[in-house]
Design a protein around this ligand. Structure first.
Ligand code: SF4
Length: 372
């Protein structure tokens, strides 16, 4: 028996017939959160809503996602409508949510569901995983929540609850397979002959427990339905879980952003489709490199007739991407009324910037550049 399996056996055996799954469902029936993408208790969830919310919730909190979810749903009420939308419109609507590859995949997935599945999501994890942007976690989440497939999607909340419940000493990310196995033991019992059961409710119960009770700091163990049987609580070191391998911070990259105004207009361009912030709008800028020096960055300023001198704004704009922190020096310039935009750039009214697909880092750079 492998190392992981031995550990699962050791942890699960004492409670193999334990009451945890039923306790969890009972708690969920009384305390489930009301969320815009959740149907009333007992009703089957709409796969489109589950999918849309799960993609939006990756790396983003419920509070931020709520208004975006409502906006998307009002504009594109089903996956077929989203599949017929233009990528530009989707990116524009997504602007501000960050991690823009999710928006591109969201659109590609809707197009694929419309084109290859007649606008209906496949009802198996395998079928779901073949769609753009749907990895094992999202497939399991849609499978469990929308189709009640007996599978457990493990997100950060569930990782925390399970690692505490079972005092998992292995650090993340190595502990993921073990946590996945342990989490699966918390799925609600199948009724005889019913493979589907209430898997979606079990998963959502754990998600809710992690976000409202088993929080990263100061978990409210007194209110937890699983507190009698929680290994970390019994030891008193709940907050130290999940264990994490030390994080390697990415190397700081530096660059320049050029905020150029022509009266009430701003000079912008569109980033290449592929790569970081692909397809998004930005002000012209230099490469973002580790050890980039200011002179080299300034040499990449856009060639504009009439700009004799760039004004360097005091301070820098900082932004942290998943893999690296970024520091941008911001230069500003004002040009005459009829100055033409350089190739592949365009002028947009500052008043309509909110409609542009501007990532947060660019919003910060523009605010810094236009500020007094
Ligand atoms: S008892 Fe406390 S630490 Fe254990 S699962 Fe419940 S809230 Fe989390």
């Amino acid at each position: 028996m492998g190392r992981v399996a031995t550990k699962i056996k050791r942890r699960v055996e004492p409670g193999a017939d334990d009451a945890r799954p039923a306790l969890l469902l009972d708690w969920y029936d009384r305390h489930r959160r009301r969320l815009p993408w959740r149907p009333p208790a007992g009703e089957r969830a709409d796969p489109y809503r589950v999918w849309l919310s799960e993609i939006m919730l990756q790396q983003t909190g419920v509070k931020t996602v709520g208004p975006y979810f409502e906006k998307f749903l009002a504009r594109w009420p089903d996956v077929a409508a989203l599949g017929r939308a233009s990528l530009d419109d989707v990116l524009r609507m997504w602007a501000g949510l960050g991690y823009y590859s999710r928006a591109r995949n969201l659109h590609a997935c809707a197009v694929a569901v419309l084109r290859d599945h007649g606008g209906v999501f496949p009802e198996t994890e395998e079928g779901l995983r073949k769609l753009p942007g749907i990895g094992p976690y999202t497939a399991a989440a849609i499978g469990a929540i929308a189709f009640d497939i007996r599978t457990m999607p493990v997100d950060g909340n569930i990782e925390r609850v399970v690692s505490r419940l079972c005092a998992v000493e292995e650090p993340l990310p190595q502990a993921k397979p073990l946590i996945q196995e342990l989490a699966s033991t918390l799925l609600g019992p199948s009724r005889a002959g019913d493979e589907k059961s209430r898997a979606g409710d079990s998963a959502q119960a754990l998600m809710d427990l992690g976000s409202s009770i088993c929080t990263p700091k100061k978990p409210a163990c007194a209110l937890c339905p699983l507190n009698d049987d929680c290994a970390a609580r019994l030891r008193g070191d709940q907050e130290t879980f999940p264990r994490k391998a030390p994080k390697k911070a990415g190397t700081l990259r530096r660059g320049a952003a050029f905020v150029v105004t022509r009266g009430d207009e701003l000079l912008v361009r569109t980033r290449a489709d592929k790569g970081l912030l692909g397809g998004m709008t930005e002000v012209p800028g230099s490469d973002w490199l580790a050890g980039q020096d200011d002179k080299a960055a300034l040499k990449q300023a856009p060639a504009l007739t009439g700009v004799v001198r760039w004004h360097r704004k005091a301070g820098v704009v900082t932004h942290v991407f998943t893999h690296f922190p970024l520091e941008l020096v911001v230069y500003t310039a004002k040009v005459a009324a009829r100055t033409r935009a350089p190739q592949d750039m365009r002028w947009v009214p500052i008043a309509t910037l909110a409609e542009e697909a501007l990532p947060n880092v660019m919003r910060k750079a523009i605010a810094h550049g236009l500020g007094e």
